[in-house]
Design a protein around this ligand. Structure first.
Ligand SMILES: Cc1cc2nc3c(=O)[nH]c(=O)nc-3n(C[C@H](O)[C@H](O)[C@H](O)COP(=O)(O)O)c2cc1C
Length: 413
């Protein structure tokens, strides 16, 4: 070999100069034949290089495929936990993995804004319960791109009168912004053993934050909406889903009329303060503020005794219309839950006194307080203020609604 160097030099040389053999022969002192030999060697090395890169490409494909398989497995597992109703397609997997929750909601929002029928169906009580994602989409109307509010052609959310004779006991369950909101799924599940119990759930804005599907014990509202017996989930926005006109139902009034018993578990310090002061700036507090405390507005539904007593003498009851004659009254059961310092704060005592002494069922009122317990709280502090354990709460509800009493005269487990 005239160049007498390593093979790689031939490759380089032949390749570099192959456009000009004369020049190359001169520079390298090689004749034409030798040049051809070098060129063919170079060609084989080029082929080898090409094969190497082909191999790299193949390996990359395998790695991508394994990653994709991993995605599919995780997606399917999350599906098993009931967090997804999506069909397993490549775009749905990509969608699941490459969008954050808020982005997902946003994208789904855009998709659903065209689908008013589906929206109405899901909002309708008795049909598929509304889910948070949908409610976030169209609170009081759909924001159009021009900033104008389009009025969705929504049907009425709830008409209590449609459910007077549904043969079910109605529990209006509400949660306000305490960490104990994470017990809501377990409470609903525990009550689902009573087929004659219908539950509607109201969540304050803060309470919704605790049920976003962020952990195993905090399923998404979408998943919760599939629970048996849960016939509706409502948020503040639902009050204003459509600009109100005469004849439209008013959600907080309909929910009150619909309920036989309201349970607020957990009751946050903030909501306790508002309720005891008579404030009503969201859906939960509006229902509470509009409550039939006298027992002389809503009355009992046929075959469904009300949980509390009106404390009226029998002769007074006799003069009342049929639905009030049994002397029953609806009530509100609250389970406060807050940090120990909040619970021990002097203002809390005053507020609890209002609920328990002034408005308490024991004194002829309509409130019942399930006192918090002492334990280590989610924030790390140990002390009082923790929500009563969910078994106690479920048990009190069952008792008040006579779900466990075979003599009560309506369908039970
Ligand atoms: C992570 C987190 C946990 C909270 N836990 C509680 C709680 O256990 N009890 C409480 O009264 N407030 C708690 N708060 C504060 C309430 O969420 C806040 O006061 C809120 O305004 C309550 O609004 P609402 O009563 O309308 O739901 C918590 C806040 C955060 C961010």
């Amino acid at each position: 070999m005239p160049c007498g160097h390593a093979l790689s030099q031939h490759v380089f040389f032949a390749t570099y100069k192959c456009g000009d053999p004369e020049n190359m022969a001169a520079a390298c002192e090689v004749d034409g034949n030798e040049f051809l030999l070098q060129a063919s060697i170079s060609l084989s090395f080029l082929t080898l290089h090409a094969l190497k890169y082909l191999l790299y490409a193949l390996l990359s494909c395998v790695v991508l495929f394994i990653f994709f398989l991993g995605c599919v497995v995780v997606y399917v597992l999350s599906d098993c936990r009931g967090q997804s109703e999506h069909v397993l397609t490549f775009p749905s997997v990509l969608h699941y993995f490459f969008f954050s929750d808020s982005q997902r909601t946003h994208v789904e929002k855009a998709k659903a804004s065209d689908d008013t029928d589906t929206l109405n169906e899901r909002f309708t009580i008795g049909g598929k319960p509304p889910v948070k994602e949908m409610q976030a989409e169209q609170p009081s109307g759909v924001e159009s791109s021009g900033g104008q509010t389009e009025v969705p052609t929504a049907q009425p959310i709830l008409k209590a009168s449609d459910h007077v004779n549904d043969g079910k006991v109605h529990l209006l369950l509400a949660a306000t912004g305490s960490v104990a909101t994470i017990k809501i799924p377990i409470i609903i599940k525990a009550l689902s053993k009573h087929p004659a119990l219908s539950i509607c759930l109201i969540l304050s804005k803060s309470a919704s934050e605790f049920l976003q599907g962020q952990s195993h014990e905090q399923p998404s509202l979408k998943e919760i909406s599939t629970y048996q017996n849960l016939d509706g989930i409502y948020h503040d926005e639902d009050e204003w889903r459509k600009p109100w006109v005469r004849g439209d139902s008013i959600l907080h009034i309909e929910l009150r009329r619909w309920a036989d018993l309201m349970l607020i578990a957990p009751l946050s310090a903030n909501s306790l303060a508002k309720i005891s002061q008579g404030m009503s700036d969201n859906l939960v507090t509006s229902v509470v503020r509009a409550w039939d405390f006298s027992g002389l507005i809503d009355g009992a539904r046929p075959g469904v005794p009300l949980p509390y007593s009106q404390h009226r003498p029998p002769d007074e009851l006799e003069g009342l219309p049929e639905q009030f004659r049994q002397g029953g009254k609806k009530g509100i059961l609250v389970a406060p839950a807050m940090n120990t310092a909040m619970w021990k704060h002097p203002v809390t005592e005053k507020q609890i006194k209002v609920l328990e002494d002034e408005w308490g069922v024991a004194n002829g009122g309509w409130f019942e307080v399930l006192w918090p317990v002492e334990k280590q709280l989610a924030c790390g502090d140990t002390g009082s203020g923790a929500m009563r354990n969910w078994e106690d709460i479920v048990s009190v509800v069952e008792e008040r609604l006579r779900l466990r009493d075979p003599e009560a005269g309506y369908v039970k487990v």
